[in-house]
Ligand binder design. Structure first.
Ligand code: NAD
Ligand code: ZN
Length: 270
């Protein structure tokens, strides 16, 4: 089936009545997606809130309203107080384990399968793009599925790490007794190889669709001006304003689930 642009059905139009302007923008985005040679998505924590995983910076529900990032998400916090670090992460990993991909993850995977999306660059560590079926994924902040030794860099399945946590001990490497941490990028750590590859790919893109990111975390956010400098169109879909709305070619401030249903509908018919 060919992807083409059509008008959304009546039910969808009613559901979207507060977002009429949004509808025009979704149609424009659909045309851009169809015409792009190399479209990429850049996703943030906002794509997974509808799967029940809280983001960091939403005004009411963001985790930084409750926790101090310097303690639970920084390398120095981890090294200083690994027990406190693991108290925070035990609850977070349980929430991630329970979560299922939502329509945003699913539509991105569908677009890739149909040849309309080159890949997904994600700041998320939750693995939901994998579980939705996306194939080319750049995990620029690592993944919660692995643990890594802070000493010798040996990797472990995350279950092995949490087995030790559940026994009440700080998890340690069997080889060198170094501290084990989840293989996610903490503040103060270098980004993995995936980031270099994402930066290269973004420079060749002609469309970058940013979804659910405040674009406040660098260097991931710098991929947006980088894509722009190399000639890509930038579309930003986020509930709130972001740091790079001013350089975007299209900005939609709305709930992603609603946007994705509209986009899927617009793209679905011949
Ligand atoms: P962020 O918390 O800084 O920003 C998320 C943005 O998404 C906010 O601006 C919010 O308004 C928007 N948003 C939330 N739900 C939305 C929805 N349903 N529809 C539309 N917009 C919505 O997240 P970030 O920019 O990704 O940066 C935070 C860092 O924290 C990243 O490095 C990320 O790795 C990490 N993080 C990851 C997860 C995860 O893996 N699911 C969760 C929390 C934080
Ligand atoms: Zn080790």
């Amino acid at each position: 089936m060919k992807l083409t642009v059509s008008r959304p059905n009546r039910i969808l139009r009613e559901a979207m009545s507060p977002m009429r302007d949004c509808q025009r923008k979704i149609s424009r985005l659909a045309l851009w997606i169809k015409g792009a040679q190399k479209a990429l998505a850049l996703t943030g924590a906002g794509v997974s809130t509808e799967s029940g995983i809280p983001d960091f910076r939403s005004p009411k529900s963001g985790l930084w309203k409750i926790y101090d990032p310097a303690r639970v998400a920084s390398l120095s916090g981890f090294l200083k107080d690994p027990e406190g670090f693991y108290r925070f992460w035990t609850a977070r990993f349980a929430a991630i384990d329970r979560a299922e991909p939502n329509i945003t993850h699913q539509l991105l995977a569908e677009l890739e399968t149909r040849g309309f999306l080159h890949g997904v660059i994600t700041q998320n560590i939750d693995g939901l793009h994998h579980r939705a079926g996306s194939q080319r994924i750049f995990e620029v902040h690592g993944s919660y599925r692995r643990g890594i030794c802070y000493g010798c860099r040996e990797t472990y399945p995350i279950e092995k790490v949490f087995e030790q946590v559940q026994k009440g001990s700080v998890p340690r490497c069997q080889g060198c007794s170094g501290l084990l941490k989840p293989d996610v990028v903490l503040f103060g750590e270098l980004l993995p190889e995936d980031f270099k590859q994402a930066a290269q790919t973004v420079a060749e893109a002609d469309l970058l669709i940013v979804l659910g990111s405040s674009l406040e975390v660098h260097p991931a956010a710098s991929l947006v001006p980088r894509a722009k400098l190399h000639g890509a169109r930038i579309a930003i879909l986020n509930r709130e304003e972001t740091s790079f709305d001013s350089i975007a070619d299209l900005v939609i401030h709305a709930e992603l689930g609603l946007c994705m249903r509209a986009l899927r509908e617009v793209l679905a018919e011949d």
